[in-house]
Design a protein around this ligand. Structure first.
Ligand SMILES: Cc1ncc(C[n+]2csc(CCOP(=O)(O)OP(=O)(O)O)c2C)c(N)n1
Length: 284
């Protein structure tokens, strides 16, 4: 049976700060799962460590919360072991563009069939407000009292340049568009990057909901064509006017679909003739 709102209902209440952008993303993930028509057992979510990762407590769905920076390789492993699953990564900007940046690029290059939702609040939220890789140059935080010296990572431009087959930006305060982007990402056969502009009400007093509203526009409203890579990159490099929607999409085929046809995913291996009793002895 397809997932219902009741299925996703967790007995645990969110602990995010009132006004946090995590609520809008949580709502959009739930809406997308309900609208997708997938069954509960067909979906697996992998969470990073951070405020965003607390979604594992508030969303009743199969999932795994691992190490900070490592949700992408965990998701790739799950997808390779059982490629019938729809695998979603819920990560932070620290997770994805700091500790896990190599995994972001490797995931894109491999075009693993995963939907990545980055809660990009431009700050390390859970550890109480240090600068993150997407904090603007000059951004003052407790870890950068004089202002950030480095230039920020531009997730959209980086994803397109690395060979991304689906590159989109959403906004936590626009759940209607974000739900649609997640659905499109889930349908996409390959690595779908959805970088979500998100406010952190407690620690980022620069990139507020109002700031994001004033600095963003819908790509669709300007007739953007997601098959035009050069135009997508041009728009991605504009850091003053932040487009939301799908920047770029192509259909080069996902990793698991390109593996040798005779490869049997781990989940379908016949284990009936394998005797593991000797290995289990140490646990008895
Ligand atoms: C390998 C490792 N490095 C650092 C940490 C400490 N740590 C936990 S959460 C976090 C930052 C989370 O920031 P982000 O990924 O942006 O998520 P947010 O809390 O903003 O949602 C850090 C640095 C850790 N748990 N593991």
């Amino acid at each position: 049976m397809a997932i219902t709102r009741e299925d996703l209902q967790s007995p645990l209440k969110p602990t995010w700060c009132p006004g946090c952008g995590d609520y809008g993303i949580w709502l959009s993930v739930k809406q997308a799962l309900i609208q997708s028509g997938y069954k509960h057992e067909e979906v697996c979510l992998v969470y990073g460590i951070g405020c965003h990762g607390h979604m594992c407590n508030t969303l009743r769905a199969y999932g795994f919360e691992g190490l900070h920076g490592r949700p992408i390789p965990v998701a790739e492993g799950i997808k390779l072991a059982n490629n019938r699953l729809k695998v979603i990564v819920v990560a932070g900007d620290g997770d994805t563009f700091g500790e896990g940046l190599n995994h972001f690029i490797a995931g894109i290059r491999g075009n693993h069939d995963i939907t990545l939702i980055v809660h990009d609040n431009r700050v390390y939220g859970l550890t109480t407000g240090q600068a993150s890789p997407t904090s603007a140059k000059g951004y003052k935080s407790k870890s950068t009292p004089q202002g950030v010296i480095e230039v920020p990572v531009n997730p959209i431009a980086l994803a397109i340049a690395a060979g991304g087959s689906f590159v989109a930006r959403g906004f936590a305060a626009d759940p209607k568009q974000l739900t649609e982007l997640i659905l499109r990402g889930l349908e996409h056969k390959g690595f779908a990057v959805i970088d979500v502009m998100q406010n952190c009400i407690s620690f980022n007093h620069v990139n507020t909901v109002l700031w994001f509203k004033e600095h963003s526009y819908h790509l669709e409203d300007e007739g953007h064509d997601p098959s035009n890579k050069i135009e997508a990159l041009k728009r991605a490099l504009d850091e003053e006017r932040l487009g939301t929607g799908i920047f770029y999409q192509d259909s080069r085929g996902a990793y698991d679909a390109q593996l040798a046809a005779e490869r049997v995913p781990l989940v379908d291996h016949d284990l009936s003739s394998i005797d593991i009793s000797e290995s289990m002895e140490q646990f008895t």
